[in-house]
Design a protein around this ligand. Structure first.
Ligand code: PFF
Length: 462
């Protein structure tokens, strides 16, 4: 076993590294989770809060991970251990790698649902369901699917194999090349859907909901929800940003890159809101219909919003689920890369072997998570099935702890020269905003992440 990093690759272009990192950030979090949370927490007011969280917490932590990754030029686990001898800080990296792998095991299950729904959309199944004339059929359809012992598992395995085939090609030919192709495609599809959405009947109402704030809807728990969402959506504390930064060129401007990735990520979340809310309002659905929004409400909503134009409903459904699959695929690739880079570099094994080990373990645990919605649903811990448990433990425990440790490490313990050199590219660029970022990492973020953590565990009530 060695800590050295053979075959460490780089992204070849500036646009490639921005798109690959944005590809990691843009995923289910933006298209599936953000509209759900905005719907449940007052729309525009939530959006404004969310943007504050991105700026005050997300961006500084992203820059912090970039500093560590690019300085160390290695996978996340080794990056931290190279920088410190402190027992806890040394292990933040390993913790991040584990978190990335852990999240992948359940993230892949929802990715598989998106893939199945894409196939259903292509086969015109949602149009057929609409003939029944009531909304319950969509709920039954979803329930039957996720509890089926074979189908979701098969799609889970197909999805992870898809990501496997891309990852195995390496950083340049795999991740960067696919991100350069998939991300612009994703934007084009989103723009088409936005245009469709603006012309639906309920557009006015939907857009008002998303953009006209009602601050009476905001409570402390809304703030915590917005922060948690910023963590998830920006891929923070999952080892991914650090791993990707190790592939950055030495000319990349870290603050500027984080800013661009943050803007793209937020823009995609807002665009999903623009796509989803007008359709939801026009079909007279409840905007707060929860996590089932993308898989129960939306297939129905797309049929109803364009009920007089079935071909438009058909195309929109396909485009939407294709979009979801693309966004999810780029995220799955990056989650897959984190443990793969670690195994390949730490145990000095080939990339193919490392990728295969990750694929095999994720297939196994992904299958268990998937089955926990059906045949394994009797296995519960504190009332949660395995799937929900993975979601809860990663979101409420691993991410805030990881964020807290990263902020404290960069803010208080890391060598200041390394930070300065990374942010100014060894004095060749001004590194504007560095002082504010360090201040936030040092004082503001540790307090806030601790609060998220304690309230998530119900240790404190806010
Ligand atoms: N940020 C992704 C999303 O919003 O769906 C989730 C994610 C992807 C987290 C990749 C971490 C990561 F490495």
């Amino acid at each position: 076993m060695s800590n050295h990093q053979p075959n460490h690759n780089n992204f070849t272009s500036k646009i490639g590294l921005i798109l690959a990192t944005a590809g990691s950030a843009v995923g289910l979090g933006n298209i599936w989770r953000f509209p759900v949370l905005a719907g449940q927490n007052g729309g525009a007011a939530f959006l404004i809060l969310y943007i504050f969280c991105v700026i005050l917490i997300g961006l500084p932590l992203m820059v912090g991970e970039f500093i560590i990754g690019r300085h160390a030029q290695s996978n996340t686990a080794y990056a931290f251990s190279k920088l410190t001898n402190h027992k806890i800080f040394k292990n933040i990296g390993r913790f991040g790698v584990f978190t990335g792998w852990f999240i992948l095991c359940y993230y892949i299950v929802v990715s598989a649902w998106a893939l199945d729904y894409l196939v259903d959309a292509i086969l015109g199944r949602f149009g057929k369901l609409s003939e029944a004339g009531n909304a319950q059929v969509y709920a039954d359809y979803f329930h039957d699917f996720i509890t089926n012992p074979y189908l979701p598992v098969i799609y889970t395995i197909i999805f992870i194999l898809l990501s496997h085939l891309i990852i195995i090609r390496g950083v340049k030919k795999g991740i960067e090349k696919f991100a350069k192709f998939l991300m612009p495609l994703l934007f084009i599809i989103m723009l088409i859907l936005v245009v469709f959405s603006i012309f639906t009947e309920g557009a006015q109402e939907g857009l008002t909901f998303l953009f006209k704030p009602d601050f009476t809807k905001i409570t402390f728990s809304t703030i915590l929800t917005a922060m948690g969402q910023a963590f998830f959506s920006m891929s923070i504390a999952m080892g991914c940003l650090c791993t990707f930064a190790s592939y950055f060129t030495k000319e990349a401007n870290l603050i500027n890159t984080a800013f661009k990735v943050g803007v793209i990520d937020t823009l995609v979340a807002v665009m999903s809101g623009i796509i989803i809310f007008p359709a939801v309002f026009s079909a007279h659905f409840a905007v707060n219909s929860g996590a089932s929004l993308a898989f129960i409400a939306l297939p129905n909503v797309f049929q109803q919003a364009f009920s007089h134009l079935p071909t438009v409903s058909y195309i929109i459904s396909i485009l939407f689920y294709f979009l979801l699959v693309l966004a999810t695929l780029t995220s799955v690739i990056s989650l897959h890369e984190v443990p793969t880079a670690f195994l390949a570099e730490h145990y000095k094994i080939s990339r193919t072997k490392a990728t295969s080990i990750v694929t095999a373990t994720v297939c196994f645990f992904g299958t268990i998570c998937s089955l926990s919605n059906g045949v394994l649903s009797d296995i519960t811990i504190s009332g949660k099935n395995i799937f929900d448990l993975f979601d809860y433990v990663s979101g409420q425990i691993f991410l805030p702890i990881g964020g807290l440790l990263i902020a404290v490490f960069v803010g208080w313990s890391m060598d200041k020269d390394i930070i300065r050199n990374q942010l100014t590219n060894f004095g060749t660029i001004p590194g504007k905003g560095a002082t504010t970022i360090i201040y936030l990492l040092k004082y503001v973020i540790p307090v806030i992440t601790l609060l998220i953590f304690l309230s998530g565990l119900n240790i404190i009530k806010l």
